[in-house]
Design a protein around this ligand. Structure first.
Ligand SMILES: [Zn+2]
Length: 236
């Protein structure tokens, strides 16, 4: 498990002992006294794995701090775990009103215009995310449906606040555009969940056996989804 824990090491002249700090902004930081062997850090992190996971999960559950700097933070890059892409975001101030989004190079988007207007930029980025989601998610769901033998009618991409997906009686599946920020295995579970609803609408025993038939690890995914908000950028 410890190999999955991400952290940065900070060397401190004043520190006398190794100390672990966890914050929303910096994640896990391991502070070590100068002269301490950084090679010992992985072992320390692995011994503290339970505490680290607990603290990180608690942090993810807390409401977002009302720090305007953080709330209005604009990304320099956007990582999409679902496709493995990392997009660079450039901001170019110009006299034109509004914002124009262009693609000046590979995996780069450029926003030109009133780049001091943060809500405007966030709205533009959300529109872009919606487009990416519309390209990526229906393809993935259609592939999964075909492979697993489910029938889907229409697929809609939305920016829901509280749901990752839903499925209607007519087998119309609706997916949240924010899914493209989630790890692949969680997205696959959500898609499987909605696909199973095309056959069983209720969350009955029959429904969960159908889910389990395609994903024996589904309970772990449900648990992981409780803290999945931590994967979403503040502007999304
Ligand atoms: Zn359901």
């Amino acid at each position: 498990m410890s190999s999955q824990i991400q952290y940065t090491i900070q060397i401190s002249r004043r520190a006398r002992h190794v100390r672990l700090k966890i914050s929303r902004l910096e994640g896990l930081v391991v502070v070590i006294p100068s002269g301490f062997d950084p090679g010992r850090v992985p072992q320390i992190v692995s011994e503290k794995a339970d505490w680290i996971n607990r603290t990180q999960n608690n942090l993810a559950k807390q409401p977002q701090p009302a720090n305007p700097e953080l709330v209005h933070a604009l990304p320099a890059c956007i990582r999409l775990p679902l496709t493995g892409e990392t997009w660079k975001v450039e901001y170019v101030q110009s006299k034109s009103r509004g914002l124009t989004l262009t693609y000046p190079g590979d995996l780069t988007i450029r926003l030109t215009g009133t780049v001091t207007n943060k809500p405007l930029i966030q709205a533009a980025l959300r529109r872009w995310i919606r487009q990416r989601a519309k390209t990526i998610l229906p393809m993935l769901l259609t592939d999964m449906a075909r492979q697993l033998g489910f029938k889907v009618n229409a697929i809609t991409i939305r920016n829901q606040r509280t749901r990752w997906g839903s499925c209607s009686r007519n087998k119309n599946v609706s997916l949240n555009q924010k899914l493209i920020f989630l790890p692949q295995e969680l997205v696959r579970y959500i898609m499987l969940h909605e696909l199973c609803h095309t056959q069983v609408m209720s969350h009955s025993q029959r429904f969960w056996s159908l889910v389990a038939r395609h994903d024996s690890q589904y309970k772990m995914k449900i648990k992981a989804l409780r803290t999945a908000m931590k994967y979403l950028p503040v502007w999304a």
